[in-house]
Design a protein around this ligand. Sequence first.
Ligand SMILES: NC(=O)c1ccc[n+]([C@@H]2O[C@H](COP(=O)([O-])OP(=O)(O)OC[C@H]3O[C@@H](n4cnc5c(N)ncnc54)[C@H](O)[C@@H]3O)[C@@H](O)[C@H]2O)c1
Ligand SMILES: [Zn+2]
Length: 365
Amino acid sequence: MSQRPFIRIPSTLHPVLLSPSVAPILPELRRFAGGRRPFLCTEARLSKILAPILGLLSESLDQAPLVTFAGGERRKNRGTKERLEDSLLRAGAGRDAVLVAVGGGLVSDLTGFTAGTLMRGVPYINLPTTLLALVDASIGGKTAVNTPAGKNLVGLFHPPMAVLGALDLLDTLPPREFRSGLAECLKHGAGLDADLLAWMAERSPEGLRRDREALLHLVATSSALKCRVVDEDPTERTGRRNILNLGHTLGHAIELLSGYRVSHGSAVAAGLCWEGACAVVQGYLPRTDLEVLLQAVRSYRFPPLWHSADSAAVFEAAAHDKKNTKGQVAYVPLAAMGRPALPPPHTAPMTLLALRSALELLPEG
Ligand SMILES: NC(=O)c1ccc[n+]([C@@H]2O[C@H](COP(=O)([O-])OP(=O)(O)OC[C@H]3O[C@@H](n4cnc5c(N)ncnc54)[C@H](O)[C@@H]3O)[C@@H](O)[C@H]2O)c1
Ligand SMILES: [Zn+2]
């Protein structure tokens, strides 16, 4: 195991510290909280699963109170935010508060948004407890809740004071959630770092779970890639952040059409492959690069969801995604592994014909 207590990820928007275990980040948490009154925020369900760790955090922050709210993507909404605000105010949160978000992307999105409007804005710190949050959701300062009109439609850019990651917080994470995080790591490799993709191709979900040193390497590399992109486009002005949407144009459509029964990770993994094949059909990506991508995704045994998908329905669902102007489906074609074909905003229109022809380049199973 590494001799350093934690790894500092290069980032200008907010510091990111990573550690194999939670102990070394406790003094950092106290330091960032400074003279402020800390409030630990998490989902009700997680407060039981993570009770020992929450106890430790509270103790190290002078018995900081724990404030919980309902979890589940369906309840990531304005009503839950309101209830969290009321709970925080009842617990005595004022202008000197600092919120500490302990959980996955749902907790950081809700807590971050709440911090952004409570008392016209108080700081917050992210302690991610899912792999997806560690490498993606906790980084970059985007916060939001869902509305009946769509996901993440109301929110703020409100970067956390710091992201403090500890791998042992992932110990209780179910395999399905772990794999969702791995799909985002594959996305970071495919879009930004061919070496990471090649490194991942040689590993497996089980292997990465067993090998702390390897997992630390993956998390450090993957979160550094996200940091680099958000530093270049902190408030989503230049279109640079679209590279982080790789695999998500078709991934979101697949997820939506399944009624959210397909996991985000499986949908994104299938989206990466299908969009990669579209890039080949549309002349952006050499066929050999697609094979490299398919090989890496294969190591993680995500289901080949393109088989059972209705292409026209997928295209239609993608065309109505909030990121697409009506009727047009924009996706991020790659020129090679680790390299987008086009400068920011990186996107090109996809046709239904390309989407259909792409299926011929994808494996049966
Ligand atoms: N702000 C951003 O930039 C950004 C980026 C990507 C995703 N997101 C958002 O993040 C959310 C998805 O994040 P997620 O995948 O972390 O989902 P999540 O927060 O819903 O967590 C997934 C599941 O894992 C459970 N869980 C979390 N930590 C656990 C642990 N240590 N042990 C056991 N169970 C645990 C949760 O209770 C939940 O059931 C979505 O709402 C998405 O919109 C935001
Ligand atoms: Zn995603």
